[in-house]
Design a protein around this ligand. Structure first.
Ligand SMILES: [Zn+2]
Length: 328
């Protein structure tokens, strides 16, 4: 998390609380819009954090929040700019990150005039914005064939990629999308806006809790640590003049804006707990015995929980199961 002084400075000049009629959708969502850079904004309060870049080419949005917040998200973007939304990039297939896809894309306009891509035509959605993700996100959102899809067709990605690094150049800056193949899930993407110097990290980084590792959806502890390391390697802190408190900004999947040192701390925490679980596994302890040994001690007050959808025991179990999956 940013040092208090810095966060205060950002909030002081850039917090546009979007209250009132325009941004309140059916959900009554009360969103916060933070201007992080001259042409880069973050929306909090719509599920997962949303980032968006604005420029002459239009708007590039990373994640779309929950379905219930979608109208409010569109209103918040339109309050900042009259430029059309061109891209929605998804960081995973989680409902709090892709739920608004259909509405946000429909509110936009494709960059392409004809059918330009493989798979679904780019004039799909009547010429709305493209929805871009790793291939695995489309697989998750469409579901196995012969069964009802978890998400409606209009919310699915219209463009997918399989390479580790996908890139675009829009609004005068390079945009790099890093696919992390086995971290929070198998379809995680982290989106780096190179000139704005902002990374939208998705749920590989969650400042409120231990990272959510969904082993059933291809997540793993080692892939999670690799993704955090990639974030550390991508970001640059304010050195050598540390008093300036500048540097790369990292938008986590949930929680406050961070800098490189915050990710270093988080990576170290996750690595220490992984190592403790691994040592206990080597001693032949069962999962229950390992959980009882509190391998997350020292971090539970800040990141842990005994209740809710992601408990400390869930995290320890995810480490155990993903390490057990590996060939011995
Ligand atoms: Zn999330």
């Amino acid at each position: 998390m940013l040092r208090p002084g810095r966060l205060h400075a950002i909030v002081a000049f850039a917090l546009l609380t979007v209250g009132g009629s325009a941004a309140q959708g059916a959900s009554g969502a009360n969103l916060e819009v933070l201007q992080l850079r001259p042409n880069f904004y973050m929306i909090a309060g719509a599920g997962g954090n949303i980032g968006f870049q604005v420029g002459v080419d239009g708007v590039v949005v990373v994640d779309s929040g929950t379905t219930a917040s979608a109208d409010a998200v569109v209103a918040a973007i339109k309050k900042v700019t009259t430029q059309p939304i061109r891209y929605v990039i998804n960081t995973s297939a989680d409902a709090d990150h892709v739920g608004g896809n259909a509405k946000v894309a429909k509110a936009g306009q494709t960059l392409f005039t004809g059918n330009g891509g493989v798979g679904l035509a780019t004039n799909f959605l009547g010429g709305g914005a493209s929805i871009l993700s790793a291939e695995q996100v489309l697989t998750r959102m469409s579901g196995p064939s012969g069964k009802p899809s978890p998400f409606p067709l209009e919310a699915w990605p219209t463009e997918t990629f399989g390479e580790p690094r996908k890139y675009m150049y829009l609004n005068g800056e390079g945009i790099e999308i890093f696919h992390e193949p086995a971290a929070h899930t198998d379809g995680d993407a982290m989106v780096f806006f190179r000139r704005s110097d902002v990374v939208v990290a998705g749920d590989v980084f969650d400042t409120r809790t231990f990272p959510v590792i969904d082993v059933a959806k291809g997540g793993s502890i080692d892939g999670e640590i690799a993704a955090l390391q990639k974030l550390v390697d991508t970001a640059i802190p304010s050195v050598p003049i540390v008093s300036r408190e500048e540097g790369t900004l990292i938008v986590p999947g949930h929680g406050r804006i961070c800098d490189q040192l915050d990710v270093v701390d988080y990576r170290d925490m996750v690595t220490i707990i992984r190592d403790r679980v691994r040592d206990l596994m080597k001693q032949g302890l069962t999962l229950e015995q390992i959980q009882a040994a509190s391998p997350a001690r020292g971090y539970t007050r800040r990141y842990g929980s005994d209740t809710g959808s992601w408990t400390t025991n869930n995290f320890v179990e995810a480490i155990y199961r993903s390490m057990n999956k590996k060939p011995q």
